[in-house]
Design a protein around this ligand. Structure first.
Ligand SMILES: Cc1cc2nc3c(=O)[nH]c(=O)nc-3n(C[C@H](O)[C@H](O)[C@H](O)COP(=O)(O)O)c2cc1C
Length: 157
């Protein structure tokens, strides 16, 4: 199972910490959207798309990349993010734009991961930021379990 991670993480590299754990478990390369060559996409049986959440959605570079993808058949993908605020329905909404774009291109979203990330956006910087130290050791452990499950489930099929 050849896997690729497409990541954009700029605020505090929070999402990069999660992607590094996924990369280790899945033996995947991490690339930024600007490094993607659409032709080489065919080589991968699993692609993870992730960034921080900015203004209620994934980073524009990731969303724009999804727009440029050629139509695929039953290609497997997963979505991940870090954000200031989490919660099942909030994350589902934050992921919805990227999810819809990928699904419209024929990607099957096999799972989604999110956790809190350190945030000093806007006025938060005056208060030392929120979610200091996140992702923390527990978040990284959850990320590892998520990737292990993903690997096991995909190998079964
Ligand atoms: C410009 C900007 C906008 C943000 N908007 C949101 C948001 O809408 N919802 C949220 O929960 N967090 C928001 N955040 C917090 C980030 O999602 C969070 O800090 C994330 O972990 C950053 O990931 P990164 O370090 O990988 O870039 C925002 C942060 C920035 C800098």
């Amino acid at each position: 199972m050849k896997s690729l991670l497409i990541l954009f993480s700029y605020h505090h590299k929070n999402t990069e910490k999660i992607a590094s754990v996924f990369a280790k478990v899945l033996d995947a390369q991490i690339k930024i959207p600007q490094q993607i060559n659409i032709e080489e996409f065919q080589e991968y049986s699993l692609i993870g798309f992730g960034s921080g959440i900015y203004g209620g959605k994934h980073h524009k570079l990731l969303l724009d990349l999804a727009d440029t993808l050629p139509q695929a058949t039953n290609r497997k993908a997963f979505i991940f993010s870090t954000s200031a605020m989490t919660g099942k329905s909030k994350v589902a909404k934050d992921h919805s734009l990227l999810r819809e774009k990928l699904q419209s291109k024929g990607y099957m979203i096999v799972d989604e991961f999110s956790c809190k990330g350190f945030n000093t956006n806007s006025f938060m910087k005056y208060f030392g930021g929120m979610n200091k130290g996140r992702p923390n050791a527990e978040d990284l452990k959850n990320a590892e379990e998520f990737a292990q499950n993903l690997k096991q489930n995909l190998q079964k099929k």
